[in-house]
Write a protein that binds this ligand. Structure first.
Ligand code: NAP
Length: 253
């Protein structure tokens, strides 16, 4: 592939929130974008935003934790847009609970979507990146990787994604492929709205309370994360690999 050809990006969980903002941003960077989500129809808004701005995009329905669906989704993307060389593993779910109340199925669901899903998607896309001698992989970690009450499953999965990212960087670097993780802090999406509901707070009050704990004194927006993903997936970022970037309005440790 010549570098003047349009590169194909895949964004999982692209129907809303961070994934939707990232898909729109990557299209604005000149990428053709495959928007994957559980429900294909739910990807319509994101795809329409991209095409209305003159970009190319397709909606693909797939559960990223299902091996056959992932293989079929990537085959369809190759057919309809071209070989994917940019992958953003963004699809995610929460099943929060204190450890003593956490069910094994809530543990498994979170592991399956975040870890197995990122593994399956990356394995399916990497051969196209190797062929192109170019690739950009970004995995969505979280500030919760550092530990967060009520999130033993999610925290373990998001820390696991950081190890996965570093190993991808080591294994795939020689093929011109980079792998990095973006670890958001509090971002205003349906995910954090659901958390507010779970703890019995209105979303505005929940965001205002969170903002007081963040050095820049505001919560993040999906575009804040899309911006970081755009950097890591850029043509010029070829020497940045295996990194974890916390995008949280302040330092975390
Ligand atoms: P969101 O609004 O809940 O969007 C997540 C999307 O992923 C939804 O459209 C969801 O579809 C989809 N999805 C869930 N399971 C899937 C599966 N098995 N296969 C395909 N798609 C699936 O979440 P968000 O806040 O934008 O978060 C995006 C990513 O950032 C997640 O990995 C999350 O863990 C991470 N993150 C978010 C925050 C935050 O503050 N929001 C902070 C740190 C990290 P359905 O609607 O059909 O379930």
């Amino acid at each position: 592939m010549s570098t003047t050809e349009q590169r194909v990006a895949v964004v999982t969980g692209g129907a809303r929130g961070i994934g939707a903002a990232t898909a729109v941003r990557l299209a604005a960077e000149g990428r053709a974008v495959a928007v994957i989500d559980l429900d294909e129809a739910a990807c319509k808004d994101t795809v329409e935003k991209i095409t209305a701005a003159g970009g190319r995009a397709v909606a693909v329905g797939a559960d990223v934790s299902d091996e056959a669906q992932v293989e079929a989704a990537v085959a369809r993307i190759v057919e309809e847009l071209g070989a994917p060389t940019i992958l953003v593993n963004n699809a995610g779910v929460l099943r929060d609970n204190l450890l003593f109340k956490m069910s094994a199925s809530d543990w498994d669901t979170v592991m399956n979507v975040h870890l197995r899903g990122s593994f399956l998607m990356t394995r399916a896309c990497q051969k196209h990146m190797v062929d192109a001698k170019f690739g950009r992989i970004v995995n969505l970690s979280s500030s919760s990787a550092l530990g967060n009450r009520g999130q033993a499953n999610y925290s373990a999965a998001k820390a696991g994604l950081q190890g996965f990212t570093k190993t991808l960087a080591i294994e795939l670097g020689k093929f011109g492929i980079t792998a990095n993780a973006v670890a958001p802090g509090f971002i205003a999406t349906e995910m954090t709205k659901a958390t507010a509901e779970r703890v019995g707070m209105g979303f505005d009050d929940f965001k205002a309370a969170a903002a007081t704990q963040i050095p820049v004194q505001r919560v993040g927006e999906p575009e804040d994360i899309a911006n970081a993903v755009a950097f890591f997936t850029g043509e010029a970022a070829g020497f940045v690999s295996g990194q974890v970037l916390y995008v949280a309005g302040g330092p975390l440790d």
